[in-house]
Design a protein around this ligand. Structure first.
Ligand SMILES: *Cc1c(COP(=O)(O)O)cnc(C)c1O
Length: 355
């Protein structure tokens, strides 16, 4: 009854929710530290919360399906036009639109990168080519670039945290056939461009390419993971085609409001980012002290290589600390979202005992 394409497709495994740890280990929700999904540990802007509360009575009304105000806000931020933007229920949905719109035969991605690229591609029966290196290596991408219909570049990369320079990405894009769609996933761009301007993707410039789609999200730096708001930016021709796959009212009235207001409170985002890198330094120093290999990170998480990642992740879970075990990717490493100062203190103390 079901499509053969689904046969070798694994369902996406999200970071463990707080509720699960409450049920399994009987730990109070307030004592659980969730650092597994790269959410903003400082929550979201208070102004956003106030504005969203005000429109709760409007829940019965469909949202503005043109998403005029949110697109205008994004257009202003990136100095582009609304016609270059599509809104998705998370940037995930934009990735889904793009992959389903192309129906690629073959796609190319880094060995260890965002799991949904593979899942959406397999939904349409595509063959997946992964580069030999875990981290992005553009020379390896060059070897396969002419065989594929979509190339995924995650800058910075999740779950590893490394980030290519824009100048290198640009050089690569210029070499790729215009018949191949290049998806530049900037889910953590706010963090990367703060840490190092060489990593900043000049989004406006991407509109000059007939075959480049940029995706961004409100789920990470903006602290709105629960609202499911993301966006795609590209030339009008790409956006028009993605629109053909969009279900009506694909984000909620409350989400729309949250996104609009979040763009007005850049101070919250900037403070979160600054604090993130101050706190990340504590993990870096811990790794140096313990002689652990880690990947210098341009995101809000850090990936640390350890001997027995599954055991460490399991032991942390028992005391209410949720992190990501990367054993499933074939590497013995843990990925920890950088939390609030007090959370990081507890995590580092626990890690110190376990390692
Ligand atoms: C979190 C994430 C996304 C998508 O997040 P949404 O919540 O769907 O917007 C996309 N790409 C990467 C690399 C991510 O880490």
């Amino acid at each position: 009854m079901f499509s053969k394409k689904l046969d070798n497709l694994k369902t996406y495994e999200a970071g463990k929710p707080i509720e699960l740890v409450v049920r399994e280990f009987g730990i109070e929700p307030k004592d659980i530290i969730k650092l597994a999904s790269n959410e903003n540990p400082y929550g979201c802007s208070k102004k956003v919360q106030e504005e969203v509360k005000k429109i709760i009575p409007q829940m019965s009304v469909y949202p503005d399906d043109s998403m005029y105000e949110l697109k205008e806000g994004l257009a202003k931020k990136f100095e582009i036009e609304s016609k270059n933007i599509i809104i998705g229920a998370g940037s995930d949905q934009v990735l889904e639109f793009a992959i389903h719109a192309i129906e690629p035969k073959k796609v190319l991605m880094s060995k260890t990168t965002f799991a949904m690229y593979e899942i959406y591609s397999k939904q349409v029966g595509a063959e997946i080519i992964k580069t030999p290196s875990h981290e992005h290596n553009l020379d390896e991408f060059r070897q396969y670039k002419d065989e594929v219909d979509i190339i995924f570049i995650c800058v910075p990369n999740n779950p590893l945290g490394e980030c290519l320079d824009w100048s290198d990405v640009k050089e690569f894009i210029d070499e790729v056939s215009k018949e191949t769609l290049i998806i530049i996933d900037g889910a953590y761009q706010e963090y990367a461009s703060f840490k190092d301007t060489n990593k900043k993707i000049p989004i406006k410039e991407l509109l000059n390419y007939p075959n480049v789609l940029y995706t961004g999200t409100f789920s990470k730096a903006y602290g709105l993971g629960g609202m499911r708001i993301g966006y795609g930016i590209a030339n009008e021709y790409i956006i028009q085609n993605l629109y053909k796959l969009r279900p009506p009212f694909n984000i909620t009235t409350l989400s729309l409001k949250a996104g609009i207001e979040a763009l007005k409170d850049e101070e919250f985002v900037n403070n979160s980012i600054k604090q993130n890198f101050i706190e990340m330094q504590r993990y870096v120093e811990f790794c140096q002290k313990k002689n652990l290999k880690y990947i210098p990170s341009y995101t809000n998480f850090i990936t640390i290589f350890v001997n027995n990642s599954t055991e460490i992740a399991d032991n942390l879970l028992k005391i209410g600390i949720i992190i990501r075990d990367l054993a499933g990717y074939g590497i013995s490493a843990i990925r920890i979202t950088i939390g609030q100062p007090s959370q990081n203190t507890k995590v580092l103390l626990a890690l110190d005992k376990l390692i």
